[in-house]
Design a protein around this ligand. Structure first.
Ligand SMILES: [Zn+2]
Ligand SMILES: [Zn+2]
Length: 179
């Protein structure tokens, strides 16, 4: 958890307003519930987080979270706050808002509420986002000279690995894009 900068807060707030507008059009959420979502504090995850793209943190001592008022903060990955990732950022925020409304488990009820989000494509951007974060962290790219597939990794492969697609021995190339 990190404190958002002023520009990140502006991005987060405009994303929130957009997501709530879309949720309003779903016609299953009351105005009261949507209003309480607008009062949730928004933050950012640490920049080097790769596993999670968003998280709903509940206030300490809340045993059975059920309403947005019990949310301490919703954090989104800071890299989501760019024009390129906006559709996926909105999808992640909607996912967290469904949690905040009291649906804490990823069960079938949660999934059906989550699927009310109108853009199917935006959820599919998730794996692309993960791949981008992984690639930035990787010191090495294991590259296939046959099919050009790249595998971003922390360690060199030293000739020990084959391409999953075409079984060619992978080559090590230092990753210039790594941070
Ligand atoms: Zn979740
Ligand atoms: Zn290959």
């Amino acid at each position: 958890m990190a404190k958002p900068s002023t520009s990140q807060s502006i991005e987060l707030n405009s994303l929130r307003d957009f997501v709530i507008e879309v949720m309003d059009s779903m016609e299953i959420w009351s105005k009261d519930k949507l209003t309480s979502l607008t009062e949730i504090d928004l933050g950012v995850l640490r920049k080097n987080a790769t596993q999670r793209h968003g998280v709903t943190r509940w206030k300490k001592g809340v045993l059975k979270p059920s309403v947005p008022e019990q949310v301490e903060v919703i954090d989104l990955h800071p890299r989501l706050l760019s024009e390129k990732w906006k559709p996926y950022a909105a999808w992640v925020m909607h996912h967290e808002f469904v949690h905040a409304l009291g649906y804490t488990a990823h069960d079938s009820t949660f999934r059906s509420l989550e699927s009310l989000w109108p853009s199917e494509k935006s959820s599919q951007m998730g794996s692309e986002f993960t791949e981008m974060l992984r690639k930035e962290k990787a010191s090495w790219l294991w590259v296939c000279s046959t099919c050009n597939k790249e595998y971003p990794r922390q360690k060199a492969s030293r000739g020990r690995y084959l391409c999953r697609i075409c079984r060619t021995v992978l080559q090590d190339i230092p990753n210039k894009a790594s941070q």
